[in-house]
Design a protein around this ligand. Structure first.
Ligand code: COA
Length: 329
């Protein structure tokens, strides 16, 4: 296997902001409740007609620019998303065409909130194996397209956003991706899902009338699983690599709920300055959260080239993921 580095990072959120106060006008909620229970203040949402490939495009372009890689050099594109533009063609195909990545193949990957960690490790494997020299891993979601803005238990949580990294072969002394560990537990399916619109329950008047094309969640069950598994997967990967929590420079967890991240960080004995929390600005953008958090950490000086970084995610499925790396750009 060849060493692989993160050569470029790009992100994008749509300009329109939906604040907690805006949501107070839509459902029976209030800013204090949302802030206290989740840590979220506002989220960005797209205008009607904007799809996941549209927000993935500027993120991927920015990542390519930083990596100094042209579209024709990209060999592989993987898009982690729960909200593809349509069931088919894949968002990866749509993005490939928009980028003009004429030498790339690729596909979408359905891992919900673990979309980015899974896409990152899939693209890593492609470059490490020699299948290509440069790959793009995207985490992007337009959650506002599947959120029921009459359901106060879910509509406060989610936002839209995208992030992308370019992965390239690393030189022998360059900071590189170190390891990953993932698992899935399909018993968690009913706890967080969108019941209709797939092959089992195609769209019909009844599914629309019953509001089955929206996210349904048992918040308590997801919360408990996320707290337990974020810690478990992170510790497993650290142990395997003989690293202790305090040795890390940065811990970047999926951004679903401030309390989930703080509980995991506590158990990893992480100094709070090394824990990225930016869900106050974006809410839960599903596959977009981790690259958005990495970009913010870089902007505020907490993430630098060579830093030892642990990524962790838990999502619908359930999906659980973690990636350990030395930051490369
Ligand atoms: N505004 C005001 N009150 C609300 C509300 C809202 N937006 N949503 C729910 N409530 C009410 C409930 O109806 C309930 O009232 P009751 O006690 O009269 O029945 C009360 O607040 C407590 O609800 P509960 O669901 O127990 O709150 P919670 O502390 O568990 O927080 C979540 C709810 C959704 C924030 C929390 O469970 C969570 O974050 N879960 C994980 C979600 C997640 O991470 N999803 C993505 C995974 S990738």
């Amino acid at each position: 296997m060849r060493p692989v580095k993160v050569a470029g990072l790009g992100t994008f959120v749509p300009p329109k902001v939906l604040t907690n106060t805006d949501l107070e006008k839509l459902v029976d909620t209030n800013n204090e409740w949302i802030l206290q229970r989740t840590g979220i203040r506002e989220r960005h949402i797209v205008e009607k007609g904007v799809g996941t490939s549209d927000i993935a495009l500027p993120a991927a372009q920015a990542a390519m620019k930083e990596a100094g890689v042209t579209a024709d050099q990209i060999g592989f594109i993987v898009v982690g998303t729960t909200t593809p533009d349509m069931i088919f063609p894949s968002t990866a195909c749509l993005l490939q065409a928009k980028l003009g990545a004429v030498n790339a193949w690729g596909y979408d990957l359905g891992a919900a909130c673990s979309g980015f960690t899974y896409a990152l490790s899939t693209a890593y494997t492609m470059v490490a194996s020699g299948a290509c020299d440069h790959a793009i891993a995207v985490g992007a979601d337009v959650m506002s397209s599947i959120i029921d803005y009459t359901d106060r238990t879910t509509c406060i949580l989610f936002g839209d956003g995208a992030g992308a990294v370019v992965l390239s072969v690393a030189g022998p002394d360059e900071p590189a991706i170190i390891d990953f560990s993932h698992e899935i537990d399909g018993h968690g399916g009913p706890s967080l899902c969108m019941p209709a619109g797939g092959s089992k329950l195609p769209a019909s008047h009844e599914t629309v009338d019953q509001r089955l094309h929206f996210v349904k969640q048992d918040g308590g069950a997801v919360f408990k699983f996320a707290v337990r598994k974020t810690e478990e997967i992170a510790l497993r990967l650290l142990k395997r690599n003989n690293i202790n929590g305090p040795d890390l420079d940065l811990f970047v967890s999926h951004q679903a709920n401030r309390r989930i991240i703080e509980a995991a960080a506590d158990r990893l004995q992480m100094d709070s300055r090394k824990v990225v929390i930016n869900l106050d600005k974006y809410g839960n953008t599903t596959a977009g959260t981790i690259p958005l958090a990495l970009a913010d950490a870089r902007a505020d000086g907490r993430l630098k080239k060579g830093d030892l970084v642990l990524l962790a995610s838990v999502g619908a499925g359930f999906t659980v993921g973690s990636v350990l790396l030395r930051w490369g750009c």
